[in-house]
Design a protein around this ligand. Structure first.
Ligand SMILES: Cc1ncc(COP(=O)(O)O)c(C=O)c1O
Length: 371
């Protein structure tokens, strides 16, 4: 008998571990019949920029038209902000799409994609889906080990993907460490630097990646409107890279990958400095609140420069995440991302953080369910 059709899909695709999204709040509330807070997907707890929502609503009236596929006005505005040309910017259906496009552009079954263990699962999925060999280097102290990554480059390496800050550990590498790393990368390798949490980082030694793009390095920087701008549901991200490289990648992009509503919202969000300021302040205070609360509970966590914390709970992490869920707090157990002893909690509002800390105290003292 002929093979079932799905068995004709190449093994390198069938072996992929699928992406596991955070549980939607509605699902938890429906199933458990309780009010829940979602601290599972590194979203902005203050919601979207009000200016963005108003612009999106206005743009809905034009939804019978296909959008401007190239996102002219948004690219124009981003280019002016960043001091680059419009041709140095490519919009994506979230930065996720751009990760995938870079992998598809650079990798073939005879090449290697390189990244770190313990990072964003889409890196592995996108690189594996090309049929290339995926090479993963361990983290060092929860941080990308740039030295080991440079050492792992082979003549077959064509793509390296780095996250700075890293998800789920919240750690970063410095601008000077990154420049030293780039100096060790051969000319036939593209480096993708995923800066999804760029806007939260307040350290002076953080990224100076745009000048490196302008210098002509083989570098694509990825940023997103999903985090500090609070537009995760509208799906808008962008790549900054050389015009010639982005022109090639652009050929593989679906014609209308970003909607007119998302483009309008993103344009307005860029003007909402007040929302960005409030979001940063809220995150700064939340990181402090969570850090102090966890220390008071005697729980270890990895200090973070992002909007989330990797919290070490030992062997109990998986069951603890289930118990937190029963108390109406959705966090992410981290076994599937390589940290079986940890959960990842997104920084919420003051009340949400308090609810998490209270629930965690309860889970750790008594346990919610008998195990
Ligand atoms: C490191 C990293 N890169 C990219 C993304 C994807 O963001 P987007 O919503 O722009 O696709 C995330 C989302 O959590 C992330 O953590």
């Amino acid at each position: 008998m002929a093979k079932p059709i799905h068995e004709l899909i190449p093994g390198f695709i069938r072996e992929i571990n699928p992406y596991v999204p955070g549980k939607p709040i509605e699902e938890v509330e429906r199933e458990l019949k309780i009010r829940a807070v979602k601290l599972a997907s590194n979203e902005n707890p203050l919601g979207p920029s009000p200016l963005a929502v108003a612009a999106a609503q206005k743009a809905l009236a034009d939804t019978h038209r296909y959008p401007d596929g190239g996102g002219y006005y948004l690219r124009e505005k981003l280019a002016a902000r960043l001091g680059v040309a419009m041709e140095n910017i490519l919009l994506g259906f979230g930065s996720s799409e751009l990760i995938d496009l870079c992998a598809r552009a650079m990798l073939r079954p005879d090449s290697e994609g390189l990244t770190s263990q313990g990072s964003f699962p889409l890196f592995y999925i996108s690189m594996r889906a090309t049929g290339a060999e995926l090479v993963e280097v361990p983290l060092q102290d929860y941080t990308f080990d740039l030295d080991a990554l440079a050492g792992a480059i082979t003549p077959r390496t064509r793509l390296i993907i780095l996250a700075n800050p890293n998800n789920p550990t919240g750690t970063m590498f410095t601008a000077s460490a990154f420049t030293a790393f780039l100096d060790r990368v051969p000319d036939d390798v593209l480096v993708v630097l995923d800066e999804a949490y760029f806007d939260y980082v307040e350290r002076a030694d953080y990224s100076r990646s745009i000048p490196l793009v302008l210098e002509g390095r083989n570098l694509v920087v990825l940023r997103t409107f999903s985090k500090i701008y609070g537009l995760a549901g509208l799906r808008m991200g962008y790549a900054i890279g050389s015009a010639a490289l982005l022109a090639e990648i652009n050929k593989m992009r679906l014609p209308f990958n970003t909607s007119g509503v998302a483009q309008a919202a993103a344009l307005a969000a860029l003007d909402d400095a007040e929302h960005v300021r409030r979001s940063m302040e809220s995150n700064r205070a939340g990181l402090k609140q969570l850090g102090q609360g966890l220390a008071a509970l005697g729980v270890r966590y990895v200090p973070s420069v992002g909007n989330f914390l990797l919290v070490e709970l030992g062997a109990d992490a998986g069951p603890a995440a289930d118990d937190l869920l029963k108390l109406g707090v959705i966090v992410r157990p981290m076994r599937w991302m390589g940290f079986p002893d940890a959960i990842r909690v997104t920084v919420g509002t003051r009340e949400e953080n308090q609810k998490f800390l209270g629930a965690l105290a309860q889970v750790r003292s008594a346990g919610v369910t008998k195990r």
